[in-house]
Design a protein around this ligand. Sequence first.
Ligand SMILES: Cc1cc2nc3c(=O)[nH]c(=O)nc-3n(C[C@H](O)[C@H](O)[C@H](O)COP(=O)(O)OP(=O)(O)OC[C@H]3O[C@@H](n4cnc5c(N)ncnc54)[C@H](O)[C@@H]3O)c2cc1C
Length: 435
Amino acid sequence: MVSLIFFGGVDSMKKVGIVGAGLGGLVTAALLAKRGNQVVVMERSPILGGRSHVVSKNGFTISYGAHAVLAPKQEPLRSIVRELELPMEYRKASLSKFKLFMEGKVISSPLGFGALTSPAISGFFNHMLCLKQFYKMVKQAPAFPQTMSVGQWIRENVRNPEIAKVLSAYAALSVYDGALDLYSMNRFVELTAREYEKNEPLSYMGYDVLLGELQKAITKNGGGILFGKPVSDLIVEADHVKGVICAGERYEFDEVVLNVPPKELGKLLSYPSLADEFGWYVNQTAHYVFVYDLMLSKRLRGDIGNLLDLDGGFYINDYGLNNPSSVPAGGQLINGLKFLTEQEQLDDSHAKESQTAFETLLHKVYPGWEKYVINKRIINRAMVNGIARRTNAKLLPLQSRAVRGLYLVGDSTEGSGALGMPCYDSAKKVADLLS
Ligand SMILES: Cc1cc2nc3c(=O)[nH]c(=O)nc-3n(C[C@H](O)[C@H](O)[C@H](O)COP(=O)(O)OP(=O)(O)OC[C@H]3O[C@@H](n4cnc5c(N)ncnc54)[C@H](O)[C@@H]3O)c2cc1C
């Protein structure tokens, strides 16, 4: 039998139900709670964070997905951090530790660490000596056709194949979703006008700390997080959302925010106009990356922070350098990542091959690694929705047109930026819409 749960509050408060405790849901909940609304987050699993959840094992702390909080000093994160008074710890990645792997050799990168984040794309270009000329040209021609992307401009204008190769690799890395094709030349010109110094791109605050802080911000302001509570349906009457069915119970809300991946969203579309509105979005191919984590009892090499294999398409990150609190003294945590091709997205046949190729690279860069392995973790198909941007997949709108009071947040939405950024951006925009 379905019972009825009503979250009462003072009249000015909105009662907001948030489905999913991923980054997008938690940030939305924290902002809305801080602004005086009554929020309840319903999470189907027993843990926080969704694709940013954090696992602790053998004294190591590994984040399933996110390991660097991107562009913490840029909007929208800057104002979110301020509003929630989050104790962020900023750290700059060392440029000298960013390397490239080409033709069997590790070489120093001529590029800046700004390449890691597409919001820092201005820094990316400012730091590239090899592209000084490009930058000059851009400055001289401040208006481009509306449809011309940075990627297209490079393909058509950068004739040196080495530079073009490095650029394309960085574009893929920066980050996972074809950032250069996302940015129009006009937007790029606008971005390059800003000073790089004001745009520190990374903060290595552990995601476990961030998740904990968001949880505190929600509960401190009267909100609640319910764990192990899957939402199985939305209650919609006369095209207005009224609540959700969660773990067999009926919860009433004024507004509902969905922070669920498209596949899950598909299960919540029993109301006909929602099925019409969102059916198209949920049947798209999911996009994955191959992830390989190695926990070593001994540090083998300290001069590499991030390594991009230009020939193999792998990206290696030394967690120990980027996020020292994740590794016990003397140990090393290496995280490897590969962007799967279209075919690899569809099946798992590449798994063995990817692992072998990865280990071959490790032998070259971290000789002796296998003697010190405490634990290996292979996540064959970690989902990164952001890749969808590269494939012109359709991203979810922040607000339903068919049903009033229904909002969407997370990295499958039209929130701007790459990797974790759409989560923050969509959360901020939806919280603003609701306030
Ligand atoms: C390998 C990898 C590396 C990455 N690196 C970075 C990085 O360095 N920096 C960065 O910022 N980002 C990074 N990301 C991206 C980041 O992890 C994701 O963008 C982010 O975690 C997605 O969050 P989300 O808000 O979309 O929600 P999700 O994480 O998808 O969370 C959705 C939540 O909803 C819950 N849920 C689903 N259905 C229901 C239901 N019916 N009822 C109740 N609950 C439900 C799920 O259990 C989950 O907790 C990385 C991702 C990967 C995979």
